[in-house]
Design a protein around this ligand. Sequence first.
Ligand code: LLP
Length: 432
Amino acid sequence: MYVSDCIDINAKGHLTIGGADTVELAEKFGTPAYVLDEDEIRKNCRAFVKSIDDNYNGNGLALYASKALCCKEMCRIVKDEGMGLDVVSGGELFTALSVDFPAEKICFHGNNKTYSELVYAVDSGVGRVIVDNITELETLNKIAAEKNKKVRILLRIKPGIDAHTHDFIKTGQIDSKFGFAIETGEAIEAVRLALASSNIDLSGLHCHIGSQIFELDPFELAAKVMLDFMLLVKNKTGAELSELNLGGGFGIKYLSSDSPRPFTEYMERVSKVVKAYAGELGLKVPFIYIEPGRSIVGAAGITLYTVGAVKTIPNVRTYVSIDGGMGDNPRYILYQADYEIVCANKANRERDFVATVAGKCCESGDLIQENTKIQRVQPCDILAVLSTGAYNYSMASNYNRIPRPPIVMVQNGKARLAVKGETYEDIVRNDI
Ligand code: LLP
């Protein structure tokens, strides 16, 4: 009925997540609070890991794209499920290493890694650095040489594919700050330079075509474009690259009407294409990486808020104000992202009230959803915004000096804190 299997309604008419009553959670942990269902996260991890085993003879590794939600507990869960990790900053790497995440299963991404981040990546022995540009390639080679090490890399390539998604989150096109374009010849030049760099070991290539993608065709096409380029590399340089990282981007349900493909179908389809097309081109079947982020945590999480003022402007609209907003969820103001919102303590009532759910920041655009249908609410009701597990906590800010909410992890009806909520003391911690 709802966007995720882990969401339900109990006998009291309260919304539940992972078997826990969200009204009780709001009482116990306060609001706003992010709540995640651990079993749902684990189920999603297993679906990706298993899909590589089932369809690709296990000749690959699913990396969790930690930018979707990075905290120690997430790293522990992902590690426990046997996945690798995609990190994009020293901060994400630090979080992972602080729970002893195996460094060799970490891929370090980013279009402008700083010098100190590259040093950190080399010192910690991350499995692969995904090199984005020539400056980085040269710097990395120099750092590795100074440390008498050889660093394994993948080169980030732009396959130039339009994945029909929101402009802001499309990254595979030619006009993108990420990676090397094939068409302009810069990609093959980067390959040549990498092969000639004495402290670099070029293992393969990486691409990522965008995010929240529902169709499978763009992924297949990207795989083919990348294999074509691998053939070009072989023909022009003699090097046969052994690894192909196809990125993430698998879409999830934000609205009940959304119908993403089951995650397992992705590897089913892509494996077939990679195996067949590599064979056709006379290439060895590459080791594959995939990098799901949103699809691991997105629909496993909700955010709980308390309703404050309800303001009806006759013939215009009704604003329902909550005790959070763009600070903990900037996705509506950034992308006009869709969400379903439910009154947690009236979850079994009809959603027949049209409201604009507004945050508490001093910013007119601080909205979570406009003119959306929710239950008729009043001050002190609890609102749950669904599918907020990905890119909410990880994109949160302290705008207006509002502390970030806690993350509560639930499993089989039991709840525990995974990340403490910030305090006012935290807010001034670095002030001098
Ligand atoms: N790999 C790479 C190289 C990426 O850039 C991304 C996401 C992923 C994997 C994971 O993609 P996912 O499976 O989560 O779609 N803030 C935006 C999303 C930005 C995605 C950036 N890259 C949002 O809130 O929708």
